[in-house]
Design a protein around this ligand. Sequence first.
Ligand SMILES: Nc1ncnc2c1ncn2[C@@H]1O[C@H](COP(=O)(O)OP(=O)(O)O)[C@@H](O)[C@H]1O
Ligand SMILES: [Mg+2]
Length: 417
Amino acid sequence: MNVLLIGSGGREHALAWKIAQSPQIGKLLCVPGNTGTAHHGQNVPFPLDDFAALIDLAQREAIDLVVVGPEQPLADGIADRFAAAGIPVFGPSAEAARLESSKAYAKEIMAEARVPTAAAHVFATAAAAADFVRSSGAAWVVKADGLAQGKGVVVPDSVEETLAAIAQLSGDLPGQQLLLEERLIGREVSVLALCDGRRLVALPPARDHKRLGDGDVGPNTGGMGVVAPVDDVTPGQLDQIVSSCLQPAIDAMAARGTPFHGVLYAGIMLTETGPKVLEYNARFGDPEAQALLPLIEGDLLEALYGCATGNLQPEKLRRRKGYAVCVVLCAAGYPERPRKGDAIRGVEAVDDNKVLIFHAGTALGATGLCTAGGRVIGVTGLGGTLRQARERAYESAAGIRFEGKHHRMDIGKEPTP
Ligand SMILES: Nc1ncnc2c1ncn2[C@@H]1O[C@H](COP(=O)(O)OP(=O)(O)O)[C@@H](O)[C@H]1O
Ligand SMILES: [Mg+2]
């Protein structure tokens, strides 16, 4: 099977690594790929927004399956275009991807599917949202409707902060609808599932760490680390999350005639009254994929193809015993102004089957490997216990050196923060 993989982050390196292990893999083309994906396939430098040229490439290379990593091309309809050309795609149509690209739409589907979630009100203008907040006399979680790369949500503590958040978000993301949401209290967990339009297979529950600093303080980032599975979600709770938060949304999308093919990612708050959905994403998280894919046993490529073609066989995927801890090594200045071009050493040295190195922002320059983005490398440690997985990740992380390297020290610390 010839595969075209779209994207260039740590997530795509993890996907390439796992897909390349399939006995069915033929050619693996990565567009544009990165230093890591080049170990498993062939990188093709190509703009992601030129869908016609991408389809041309896929036809020329006899591609059997397109796997889409990031959200933007999905929201832009890349899956629709490939599907129209008769090429199976792992990744939802633009309409199904609205579960992520429009938080108002996701709320509509959740209401239709009776998925437990925070009560929310949608406003077309900042003025209308502000009026509502003043007359409610309460604080609300403020969300911009559309894709915002993690910068579209504020969780204020007072009416004044809520009004400031409305002004800020409407200034940063002009023209978007705004959502005011009831604030939920609890611990967060992410449950990702592979979906074929009707059926799904849930991956182990994961917890990401978006804040820059230990103990979840400091500015938001793209993600500093992930632990999976998380022990505060029991197998019974996971089943409950699947049956109350994921399957009904899949059923609702199918009933609407816009079935969801790909990864449905539910951000969940474990509240006193049960799990509630904070948001959906329509693709693998990054770095979540770097912790979750190593925990899958079985042929991922076969499963992705099954999802694309409506023929997922859930019994064929098994969950590997044990834990994965992914620690993201960041460049100097990340997240505000990441510096590029620092030489990276020590990557070759760490290579056993208990630790995986996923490239995110690296480049191969004239003098060797160097930093080329904010999140440089993800180090995933595997182990029979959480502690073992964490120790392996941190040991290897210490051996990778570049000027200005920084990372969180508390990923996977018990109890998970
Ligand atoms: N209703 C809510 N109550 C409490 N916290 C929330 C709520 N909605 C979102 N949050 C917090 O804000 C974070 C980001 O919100 P989310 O909906 O996941 O948007 P995005 O990932 O697109 O930024 C969540 O991980 C959670 O910590
Ligand atoms: Mg989120």
